[in-house]
Design a protein around this ligand. Structure first.
Ligand code: GRF
Length: 203
């Protein structure tokens, strides 16, 4: 099989980044992690990338005059490295057409709710506060809106009676760490097709 090159975008702790690295290192996911893109130089994911020897593009958005300006630099890195797939794993920024244009259908995001419920920030807290009995995890294509692109896969997570956001977050993250590498594997094996909003997966 041809090499399959991915870039991971993250802003925070990077537990999803780590889950992908672990699967690759165990030989369970046949992809090459070409780049970490991170918009917070102090984020813990930067330490994880150093440890895993993954090249990085780390930047401070406030040093650029617009989103488009830093995304143009990111795009250059992606093209130079022949990146096939962008994986947003806790990247807390809206993406513009600079990236969506060339990468639509090859850019995915993980979100900690069953979309379209609870898009945006604090999705885990929102689900607890609303009182839903089930929430979960969604992996979807990125389309430039807020968590609005076509859905590839979802997994439900029960909310228990005396649940707190902290206890729920643990089970949500555990579900993410399974689902995100799984979807990357499907894409790598060319099992995913996109027809308007509807996504098919050949299992
Ligand atoms: C995850 O819950 C992901 O769904 C959301 O941001 C969080 C990132 O966590 N988009 P981590 O940095 O991967 O630990």
């Amino acid at each position: 099989m041809q090499p399959y090159r991915i870039a991971i975008f993250a802003s925070g702790s990077g537990s999803n980044f780590q889950a992908i690295v672990d699967q690759v290192q165990k030989g369970k996911l046949d992809v090459s992690i070409e780049l970490l893109v991170c918009d917070r130089p102090k984020a813990y994911v930067v330490e994880r990338a150093k440890e895993a020897k993954v090249p990085m593009f780390v930047f401070s958005p406030k040093e650029y005059e617009s989103r488009e300006a830093y995304e143009a630099l990111i795009l250059k890195e992606l093209v130079e490295r022949q990146v096939d797939l962008i994986v947003m794993a806790g990247y807390m920024r809206i993406i513009t057409d600079v990236l969506v244009g060339p990468y639509f259908g090859r850019m995915i995001n993980i979100h900690p709710s069953l979309l379209p419920s609870f898009p945006g920030v604090r999705a885990i807290e929102q689900a607890v506060e609303y009182g839903v009995k089930q929430t979960g995890v969604t992996v979807h294509f990125v389309d430039g809106g807020l968590d609005s692109g076509p859905i590839i896969a979802q997994r439900a997570v029960e909310i228990h009676e005396h649940e707190t956001a902290e206890s729920l977050a643990e089970r949500i993250h555990a579900a993410e760490h399974v689902l995100l590498p799984q979807v990357i594997r499907w894409l790598r094996e060319d099992r995913v097709s996109l027809d308007g909003r509807r996504v098919g997966v050949r299992l």
